[in-house]
Design a protein around this ligand. Structure first.
Ligand code: 13P
Ligand code: SF4
Length: 310
């Protein structure tokens, strides 16, 4: 399938590949990116996988096809590399819900509790938290603290999902959320089940609890992709971002992949184009820079997560 999406611009792949080689660069792409980005990406996956790749790479330049916090996380984990974000405007609406000041106020309301920080957050926020997590390891990370009460920022639904799974830890959450995943309603699941009674419903834990609690499986991007890969079932209703649907359709043409509804799209994730990738590779514009003092503390938060996730 390589080159399929690039028929209309045949030189782009060649130009990107030549520059990657000449500059010892790699391209990391999140699964919510437009699916054609995979054709130039060296690694495609979810937040945890991509942060692990970023922490281990020998490349001199990392081009992160994703949103700002992902590129910033790559920079924190690989401070000596040049990290470029193809679209500097691509932020995360959930990460934007928690500023440094809002975090300090939240921490002041709940003193002396360990704080788990979802990776969808700024470096300033990470610098003030004890340990980071992604949606694929959140349960393991909260459990690793061995406490009966923890704070969780900024995603209230992921935090509450973890609380429900663990059963013996009170998770006090900041009221942040993902506007894309919150578009999915329990009624959408009921409608889809009526139409496809043999399909299994797979949902991301950023969904509202009323959705997660009626899904057949709840998991991060990698969890959902692995579930489809391994399941003997043939039909799946996907309750997460469209990029996951597109990749599953491409990778499993013999299975029926049904989006829970149209337009479950993260607009920021869809900003990146192959031309943007080529542009930053050529110009090395849009470099991610993090203040040294903040970076020192924020990286501890991330390294603790990677240690637990090994
Ligand atoms: P993953 O951890 O599944 O990659 O999710 C990242 C994200 O931003 C989901 O909205
Ligand atoms: Fe942020 Fe939601 Fe987009 Fe993920 S899907 S990057 S949480 S706004």
């Amino acid at each position: 399938m390589k080159g399929h999406y690039f028929k209309h611009m045949p030189n782009i792949i060649d130009k990107i590949n030549t520059l990657k080689k000449a500059k010892n660069a790699i391209i990391l792409a999140h699964c919510y990116q437009p699916v054609e980005i995979d054709e130039v990406a060296d690694y495609v996956g979810d937040s945890l996988y991509l942060s692990q790749v970023a922490s281990r790479t020998d490349a001199d330049i990392i081009v992160f096809a994703g949103v700002y916090f992902m590129a910033q996380t790559a920079k924190l984990l690989s401070p000596d590399k040049k990290v470029l974000l193809p679209q500097i405007e691509a932020g995360c609406r959930m990460a934007d819900m928690l500023s440094y000041r809002q975090l300090k106020e939240f921490l002041a309301q709940h003193p002396s509790l360990p704080t788990v920080c979802y990776v969808n957050s700024t470096a300033e926020v990470k610098a003030e938290c004890d340990i980071c997590c992604t949606s694929s390891n959140a349960e393991k990370i909260v459990k690793s603290l061995g406490k009966s009460k923890v704070l969780f920022v900024p995603d209230t639904y992921l935090g509450k999902w973890v609380e429900k799974q663990l059963g013996n830890v009170e998770v006090i959450t900041y009221p942040g959320f993902c506007p894309t995943h919150l578009q999915i309603r329990p009624q959408d699941i009921e409608n889809a089940r009526k139409k496809y009674p043999n399909a299994l419903v797979l949902a991301h834990p950023e969904c509202h609890m009323s959705v997660s609690s009626i899904a057949d499986f709840v998991g991060a991007t990698s969890g959902i992709m692995n579930f489809v890969a391994k399941s003997k079932n043939k039909e799946f209703i996907i309750a997460t971002e469209q990029g996951v649907v597109d990749r599953l359709k491409r990778d499993y043409p013999n299975k029926t992949i049904i989006p829970i509804k149209n337009n479950i799209i993260c607009p920021n994730m869809k900003m990146t184009s192959p031309e943007d990738i080529l542009h930053v590779l050529e110009t090395e514009e849009n470099e991610i820079i993090v203040d040294e003092e903040i970076a020192k503390r924020a990286v501890n938060c991330l390294n603790r997560m990677l240690e637990v996730s090994k």
